[in-house]
Write a new protein. Structure first.
Length: 347
């Protein structure tokens, strides 16, 4: 029998993309879909594009039913739900694996029920934490911005060639990153033909997650802070992060463009979903749209002796639902790219 999956919060953006990707996955089946707003409806009544393709019915969250009908549960729910619900679910069925797409388990200070080590939680960035993911019960799926940033910075932090206090991150995201909630600033007339920053000067909720994981990569050699400036752009999906860092000491002069490119190629040589592009091909959101790939272009600015790191992902796939399925494949000992092996769509 195929592993049975459940999606809690199936009608949000990440939930519907999870549903689409799991339907195309050859080794799992969908056994439970929840939506408090649309409970009782067929999935295709909420999303007509699934008509004739999927006749699953949406339900309210029921702890007993989920514990008996699922082997893997995806929590595509608002922040605050999973940290209360998941420990109760594990008490019902200790064999269930949880992949949480909210922020509830990413930082230990946010975990309300039990210690992180008792719950066996892993930060779900496969290219960095694969071994921990494999042996954990709860996978804290990373945020979209942190995914693009951490993957871009990991090689230079692990190789100890940058000044950790010099990291400046300039990120742009499509509007889907804000979810489906109705907010005045997300209405068409406010977003269209506009390009604006938000939550500057350390106010964005992803900063603690970014800094925590970068510090782990550095071996906690020192405490440092990053400058993170997010922007909203009038496109549906995609994240482009441009990161500026200072090189340390002799690396300022000695590191060439060819060497920084090779460093990145070597670091990610065994990672299917991370592609390193040469300087002539800047990473861009169009080429990763609808895919689980991350494209990175590392550049040495010879004039200032700094590095410019460009990272592109689809915020809804590698930044959310696709990465969640990548994590599922790992914990189920399946081929990591199973159900995710697609390329960007053009135009």
């Amino acid at each position: 029998m195929k592993p049975r999956t459940g999606i809690l919060g199936a009608t949000g953006y990440t939930g519907v993309i999870l549903t689409r990707l799991l339907l195309d996955h050859p080794e799992v089946e969908i056994s439970y879909l929840s939506s408090e707003q649309h409970a009782g409806k067929y999935f295709y009544e909420v999303y007509p594009n699934f008509t004739g393709r999927f006749d699953g019915r949406l339900k309210s969250v029921n702890l007993k039913d989920i514990s008996e009908s699922c082997d893997v549960v995806f929590c595509a729910t608002p922040n605050g739900f999973a940290c209360d619900f998941v420990p109760k679910l594990l008490n019902k069925n200790n064999n269930i694996k949880i992949i949480d797409l909210s922020a509830d388990f990413r930082l230990e200070k946010n975990i309300r029920s039990g210690k992180k080590q008792d719950l066996k939680i892993a930060y779900g960035l496969p290219e960095i934490r694969r071994t921990e993911i494999k042996s954990s019960r709860i996978i804290a799926n990373p945020g979209c911005y942190p995914t693009s940033v951490i993957l871009a910075l990991a090689p230079v932090i692990k190789n100890k060639i940058i000044d950790l206090n010099s990291i400046i991150i300039d990120s742009k995201s499509g509007v889907s990153g804000a979810g489906k909630q109705l907010k005045p600033e997300l209405q068409f007339c406010e977003i269209n033909e506009s390009f604006a920053p938000y939550n500057l000067a350390g106010k964005h909720r992803h900063i603690p997650e970014i800094e925590n994981e970068l510090r782990r990569l550095s071996g906690f050699a020192e405490k440092f802070n990053v400058i993170f400036s997010p922007h909203l752009i009038p496109v549906n999906r995609g994240i482009l992060s441009t990161i500026y860092v200072n090189l340390l000491g002799s690396w300022k002069k000695s590191l060439s463009q060819e060497e920084i490119y090779k460093l990145y190629k070597d670091y990610y040589k065994n990672e299917y979903f991370v592609k390193i592009l040469p300087e002539a091909f800047y990473a861009n959101t169009r080429n990763v749209k609808y895919t689980n790939f991350c494209h990175i272009t590392p550049i040495k600015d010879e004039r200032t002796n700094r590095l410019i790191l460009i990272s592109a992902i689809d915020n809804m796939v590698k930044g959310a639902s696709g990465q969640a399925i990548q994590n599922m494949n790992i914990i189920l000992s399946l081929k990591e790219n199973m159900g995710l092996d697609s390329v960007g769509e053009i135009p």
